[in-house]
Design a protein around this ligand. Sequence first.
Ligand SMILES: [Zn+2]
Ligand SMILES: [Zn+2]
Length: 126
Amino acid sequence: MQREGADKQNMQVSDFLCDFCGRAWNGTFPLIEGHEGSLICGNCLTVAYTHIVIQRDEARYAGATCTMCLEEREDPMWQSPVREEAFACRRCLRQGGTRLHKDPDWQWSKPEAPEGADTSDGDEED
Ligand SMILES: [Zn+2]
Ligand SMILES: [Zn+2]
């Protein structure tokens, strides 16, 4: 998102904020864009990806709209612990993770599932 009251004719780096933690950009950490100027930083993406994609958190929020794609999704969603109105759906997290992983400008890697963890689809058993 953009900082409230930012001068659209003269945007500064710090006028771009992560929608999920509210952190202002300073050019030194990855920030990727969704629809309508929505933004997620590398830190939030790591946390969200770990919960939803790796650990398969099945959290669903009735009526919630994904901040990144602006769709009401039936996918599991990650809710920002800091900004409760911000959600990211599993599809956007997967896409965002793949995009940022491949981006040569940033040293960001997709979180990995722990060794031996079953990451296949289906119910997990002990
Ligand atoms: Zn963030
Ligand atoms: Zn989405």
